[in-house]
Design a protein around this ligand. Structure first.
Ligand code: BMA
Length: 325
């Protein structure tokens, strides 16, 4: 008799999930989800959560914890509020932050979605302490979201991953800047597949890229549109270390998706949406923080080397995973 084969589990849900909900908030909040994440110098885990109010508008609020699981201390009031008087692109709120520590600047770069009448666009702010923010305003005009800065320059330029939407679909692009204000050199780096694929027509960066000795590991979301709604699931791809633009391997299957009640039931069911991660002391363990059903914050843990091994077995090189796939 042959032993049945199962899909490999690359991310394990934390038994205390969801680890943060609106009930943990010190002020009125409808939902808390899609957090950016980083580990501060003293080892504290900081989550910058998207908090939606009952108007439907979002702002960002920091929660800090010594172990990244519980004992969260949430800022008493919004940490980064929309400022539509100065930044009209934030009229309907700010959403889905991705945090990158930029060594050269000694600052954290927060890329987030600014939402207004023009549609969702990408905005950037720098901070040293998550109390004071230096806003750069809109860096990518609508319709664009799912952005994160790389932690260092690529061939002399800052590099931003983002997801513009065009008639041809929603694909991941990379753009370059000498000063974080002027952007160019736009390059398509990860196209959505077509047809029946789990990541057909619409993909987007999930957390910021993860640097490994073998290349930049990208975790990205694919959106499957069905008669019952959309399914947001996670896939993996590997890009070359030098340019971060050449896709070396792209996984064929998704590796994480909505399964539990808190991921399937909520304001927007069947959504797992990671915007941040932290690494363990060994540099291999990964804590992935994700929004569950646009309602709460959850945590799943995995191993980077195992994801890379999985990609070796289940990935194809880029020229075989293009839109013709
Ligand atoms: C995406 C983003 C996310 C959200 C997801 C599911 O387009 O707006 O903020 O979690 O849809 O609703």
């Amino acid at each position: 008799m042959t032993t049945p084969q199962h899909y490999e589990t690359l991310f394990h849900r934390h038994p205390r999930n969801p680890i943060l909900t609106a009930a943990d908030w010190p002020y009125p909040a409808h939902t808390v989800f899609n957090p950016g994440a980083t580990r501060l110098r003293d080892g504290t885990t900081l989550l910058l959560c998207r908090v939606e109010d009952r108007r439907g508008h979002s702002h960002l609020c920091a929660a800090r914890s010594a172990n990244g699981v519980d004992g969260w201390v949430v800022d008493a009031s919004p940490t980064l509020r929309p400022e539509p008087e100065k930044y009209p692109e934030e009229l309907w709120g700010i959403e889905d932050p991705r945090i990158t520590f930029v060594e050269e600047l000694g600052k954290y770069a927060v890329a987030y979605t600014a939402f207004s009448k023009g549609g969702p666009g990408v905005a950037l702010a720098l901070t040293e302490d998550f109390c004071h923010f230096e806003r750069h305003g809109l860096v990518m005009q609508p319709d664009d979201k799912d952005a994160a800065l790389l932690p260092r320059r690529i061939n002399g330029s800052f590099a931003l991953l983002h997801r513009p939407v065009t008639d041809s679909g929603a694909h991941v692009w990379m753009s370059f800047s000498p000063d974080l204000r002027n952007w160019g050199g736009h390059k398509l780096v990860l196209p959505a597949r077509r047809g029946a694929w789990w990541d057909a027509n619409r993909v987007g960066l999930s957390p910021p890229l993860i640097e490994t000795p073998r290349g930049w590991l990208m975790l990205y979301h694919g959106v499957r549109r069905t008669g019952a709604g959309s399914l947001y699931r996670l896939g993996a791809a590997l890009f070359d270390l030098e340019t971060a633009q050449q896709c070396l391997l792209r996984g064929d299957s998704w590796i994480f998706g909505p399964e539990t009640p808190y991921e399937r039931e909520g304001d927007v069911g069947y959504v797992t949406f990671p915007c941040g991660y932290t690494l363990g002391a060994d540099g291999d363990a990964i804590n992935l923080y994700y929004g569950a059903a646009d309602t709460s914050v959850a945590l799943a843990t995995g191993s980077i080397s195992r994801i890379l091994q999985w990609l070796d077995r289940n990935g194809q090189c880029a020229d075989r995973t293009g839109t013709e796939g």
